[in-house]
Write a protein that binds this ligand. Sequence first.
Ligand code: DQA
Length: 147
Amino acid sequence: VKILVLNGPNLNRLGVREPAVYGKKTLKDLEEDLCQFSKNEKVQFSFFQSNHEGDVIDAIHDAEERFDGIILNPGAFTHYSYAIRDAISSVSIPVVEVHISNVHNRESFRHHSVTAPATIGQIVGFGFYGYQLAAQALIHHIRGNEG
Ligand code: DQA
Protein backbone atom coordinates (compact mmCIF):
# COMPACT_ATOMS: atom_id res chain seq x y z
CA VAL A 1 0.00 0.00 0.00
CA LYS A 2 1.38 3.40 -1.00
CA ILE A 3 0.34 6.39 1.07
CA LEU A 4 1.08 10.08 0.61
CA VAL A 5 1.45 12.01 3.88
CA LEU A 6 0.53 15.56 2.98
CA ASN A 7 1.04 18.35 5.49
CA GLY A 8 -0.21 21.87 4.87
CA PRO A 9 0.76 25.33 6.07
CA ASN A 10 2.95 25.94 9.10
CA LEU A 11 3.51 22.25 9.75
CA ASN A 12 7.14 22.72 8.68
CA ARG A 13 7.32 24.76 11.92
CA LEU A 14 6.58 21.76 14.17
CA GLY A 15 8.97 21.68 17.11
CA VAL A 16 9.31 25.45 17.31
CA ARG A 17 5.69 26.42 16.71
CA GLU A 18 3.50 26.64 19.86
CA PRO A 19 5.15 23.61 21.52
CA ALA A 20 2.51 23.60 24.26
CA VAL A 21 -0.07 22.78 21.57
CA TYR A 22 1.92 20.77 19.01
CA GLY A 23 4.78 19.30 21.05
CA LYS A 24 8.53 19.64 20.65
CA LYS A 25 9.07 17.11 17.92
CA THR A 26 9.72 18.24 14.37
CA LEU A 27 8.16 17.31 11.04
CA LYS A 28 11.25 15.21 10.37
CA ASP A 29 10.63 13.32 13.64
CA LEU A 30 7.03 12.77 12.57
CA GLU A 31 8.15 11.38 9.22
CA GLU A 32 10.76 9.15 10.89
CA ASP A 33 8.13 7.79 13.31
CA LEU A 34 6.01 6.83 10.30
CA CYS A 35 8.96 5.17 8.55
CA GLN A 36 9.49 3.14 11.72
CA PHE A 37 5.79 2.18 11.72
CA SER A 38 5.99 1.17 8.05
CA LYS A 39 8.59 -1.48 8.82
CA ASN A 40 5.94 -3.59 10.57
CA GLU A 41 3.14 -2.87 8.11
CA LYS A 42 3.24 -3.46 4.38
CA VAL A 43 3.06 0.23 3.64
CA GLN A 44 5.25 2.72 1.85
CA PHE A 45 5.01 6.40 2.78
CA SER A 46 5.94 9.45 0.75
CA PHE A 47 6.01 12.85 2.38
CA PHE A 48 5.17 16.32 1.17
CA GLN A 49 4.63 19.62 2.99
CA SER A 50 3.64 22.95 1.54
CA ASN A 51 2.55 26.33 2.82
CA HIS A 52 0.74 27.05 -0.45
CA GLU A 53 -2.85 26.14 -1.15
CA GLY A 54 -2.28 25.50 -4.87
CA ASP A 55 0.63 23.16 -4.15
CA VAL A 56 -1.54 21.16 -1.74
CA ILE A 57 -4.23 20.96 -4.45
CA ASP A 58 -1.68 19.86 -7.09
CA ALA A 59 -0.29 17.24 -4.70
CA ILE A 60 -3.80 15.81 -4.17
CA HIS A 61 -4.43 15.66 -7.93
CA ASP A 62 -1.03 14.09 -8.68
CA ALA A 63 -1.46 11.51 -5.90
CA GLU A 64 -4.35 9.82 -7.68
CA GLU A 65 -2.05 8.09 -10.17
CA ARG A 66 0.74 7.33 -7.73
CA PHE A 67 -0.79 6.42 -4.36
CA ASP A 68 -3.52 4.26 -2.86
CA GLY A 69 -4.54 6.90 -0.33
CA ILE A 70 -3.64 10.20 1.33
CA ILE A 71 -3.18 11.22 4.96
CA LEU A 72 -3.86 14.94 4.93
CA ASN A 73 -3.34 17.58 7.58
CA PRO A 74 -4.53 20.72 5.80
CA GLY A 75 -3.54 23.00 8.73
CA ALA A 76 -5.63 26.16 8.83
CA PHE A 77 -6.89 25.50 5.27
CA THR A 78 -9.12 22.94 6.99
CA HIS A 79 -11.34 25.70 8.22
CA TYR A 80 -11.94 27.62 4.99
CA SER A 81 -10.50 26.05 1.84
CA TYR A 82 -13.34 24.92 -0.39
CA ALA A 83 -10.70 24.53 -3.11
CA ILE A 84 -8.92 21.81 -1.11
CA ARG A 85 -12.24 20.17 -0.30
CA ASP A 86 -13.06 20.12 -4.03
CA ALA A 87 -9.60 18.71 -4.81
CA ILE A 88 -10.24 15.83 -2.38
CA SER A 89 -13.65 15.23 -4.01
CA SER A 90 -12.03 15.26 -7.45
CA VAL A 91 -9.83 12.21 -6.83
CA SER A 92 -10.95 8.60 -6.47
CA ILE A 93 -8.41 7.58 -3.80
CA PRO A 94 -9.42 7.77 -0.10
CA VAL A 95 -8.23 10.61 2.11
CA VAL A 96 -8.05 10.62 5.92
CA GLU A 97 -7.83 14.01 7.65
CA VAL A 98 -5.56 14.38 10.68
CA HIS A 99 -5.18 17.12 13.26
CA ILE A 100 -2.39 16.92 15.81
CA SER A 101 -4.18 19.07 18.36
CA ASN A 102 -7.71 18.58 19.64
CA VAL A 103 -9.25 21.31 17.51
CA HIS A 104 -12.50 21.00 19.49
CA ASN A 105 -11.05 22.36 22.70
CA ARG A 106 -9.42 25.31 20.95
CA GLU A 107 -10.76 28.49 19.31
CA SER A 108 -14.24 28.12 17.81
CA PHE A 109 -13.01 28.80 14.26
CA ARG A 110 -11.11 25.50 14.50
CA HIS A 111 -14.22 23.50 15.36
CA HIS A 112 -15.43 23.39 11.79
CA SER A 113 -13.73 21.54 8.94
CA VAL A 114 -14.82 22.31 5.39
CA THR A 115 -12.50 19.59 4.08
CA ALA A 116 -13.54 16.64 6.29
CA PRO A 117 -16.85 15.95 4.47
CA ALA A 118 -14.84 14.99 1.38
CA THR A 119 -12.69 12.52 3.35
CA ILE A 120 -13.47 9.01 4.61
CA GLY A 121 -12.79 10.10 8.19
CA GLN A 122 -10.96 12.38 10.56
CA ILE A 123 -8.56 11.78 13.46
CA VAL A 124 -8.15 14.59 15.92
CA GLY A 125 -6.24 15.29 19.12
CA PHE A 126 -3.81 12.36 19.43
CA GLY A 127 -0.65 14.24 18.54
CA PHE A 128 1.75 12.67 16.08
CA TYR A 129 0.27 9.25 16.88
CA GLY A 130 -2.81 10.37 14.93
CA TYR A 131 -0.87 9.84 11.70
CA GLN A 132 -0.30 6.17 12.62
CA LEU A 133 -3.98 5.80 13.48
CA ALA A 134 -4.83 7.39 10.13
CA ALA A 135 -2.46 5.01 8.34
CA GLN A 136 -4.10 2.02 10.03
CA ALA A 137 -7.58 3.26 9.11
CA LEU A 138 -6.50 3.94 5.53
CA ILE A 139 -4.83 0.53 5.12
CA HIS A 140 -7.92 -1.15 6.54
CA HIS A 141 -10.12 0.79 4.12
CA ILE A 142 -7.89 0.14 1.09
CA ARG A 143 -7.70 -3.59 1.80
CA GLY A 144 -11.48 -3.60 1.78
CA ASN A 145 -12.10 -5.15 5.17
CA GLU A 146 -13.68 -2.20 6.88
CA GLY A 147 -16.35 -4.49 8.36
C1 DQA B 1 -3.90 21.68 12.91
C2 DQA B 1 -5.08 22.45 13.52
C3 DQA B 1 -5.39 23.70 12.71
O1 DQA B 1 -6.46 24.41 13.32
C4 DQA B 1 -4.17 24.60 12.66
O2 DQA B 1 -4.44 25.72 11.85
C5 DQA B 1 -2.94 23.90 12.23
C6 DQA B 1 -2.67 22.56 12.74
C7 DQA B 1 -3.49 20.48 13.78
O3 DQA B 1 -2.80 19.59 13.26
O4 DQA B 1 -3.81 20.42 14.97
O5 DQA B 1 -2.13 24.44 11.49
O6 DQA B 1 -4.29 21.18 11.63
